[in-house]
Design a protein around this ligand. Structure first.
Ligand SMILES: [Zn+2]
Length: 260
């Protein structure tokens, strides 16, 4: 009997993953944790998308040391919208021309377009990083500074890690370095130039890299749990790291950049 039930489940899952339905103007395809909405995207692109998204689903939680209790299954699956062109994407989302993708973390929705540059290595892991992190620390948690949110998301773009450290280190040497307080008040959409935005993302990633790799991953998990439960950044830092507050963390991180 067990075997029969298993076979039915497998068949059901299989029929779901291969299903092609239409929702308004969108075609739909599904995998275990994702529903993909598309228009004219080619099948090989969709297959690759699903494969990479499913890989990141495991990998990102592992990178952050998060153990899942709330799985993205059935009606909790994340939704990915694939517009055909950059123009369709900009018209459909109101995003600026430099944007390759965006996410509505709370609704687990990611939007992008088929030719978005570096989609698989940058946009997809970055936006999934936002969703997975926010799901853990809380969507309404105002104690999460922007550098932590963007740093965790950018940390998922693996190839950026080494570059981020170099950029942050150079900023210390050049006197352009922004400490964590300055980063917390930074607003990428209103920044005056692209270089400053780049520096913001690189430094945010570097600070998260410091929190994760200079210590045990358990420290980071404990820090995030505390931030989620107490909604107080200084308290969360103190509970998991040998720093009194955000300023002493900031100093230690800056020092680590000049060490090596
Ligand atoms: Zn982001």
């Amino acid at each position: 009997m067990k075997k029969i039930i298993f076979a039915i489940c497998v068949l059901y899952l299989f029929s779901l993953s291969g299903a092609l339905a239409q929702d308004n103007d969108w075609y739909i395809t599904r995998s275990t944790h994702f529903i993909v909405y598309y228009k004219n995207a080619k099948e090989d692109f969709l297959n690759r998308l699903i494969e990479r998204a499913e890989d990141y689903y495991e990998e990102i939680a592992e990178n952050l040391g998060f153990r899942r209790f709330d799985f993205w299954l059935w009606d909790k699956r994340a939704k990915i919208y694939i517009y055909d062109t950059a123009q369709d994407y900009q018209e459909g989302t109101g995003q600026p021309s430099w944007s390759g993708g965006c996410a509505i973390a709370r609704s687990k929705i990611i939007k992008t377009f088929t030719e978005a540059p570096g989609f698989f290595d940058t946009v997809l892991p970055h936006e999934m990083g936002h969703i997975i992190f926010r799901e853990f620390v809380g969507f309404n948690n105002n104690a999460v500074p922007i550098w932590l949110d963007e740093g965790v998301a950018s940390y998922q773009e693996k190839f950026r890690r080494a570059t981020a450290r170099r950029i942050a280190k150079k900023a210390v040497e050049d006197g352009a370095f922004m400490d964590l307080r300055k980063l917390a008040n930074f607003s990428p959409p209103t920044a005056k130039d692209a270089e400053e935005v780049n520096l913001f993302y690189a430094e945010s990633l570097s600070a998260v890299d410091f929190l994760i790799n200079e210590f045990d991953i358990d420290n980071f998990v404990f820090f995030c749990q505390n931030l989620r439960d107490k909604e107080d950044l200084d308290k969360a830092i103190r509970s998991a790291y040998p720093f009194m507050n955000v300023d002493s963390l900031s100093r230690a991180w800056k020092e680590s950049l000049t060490e090596r």
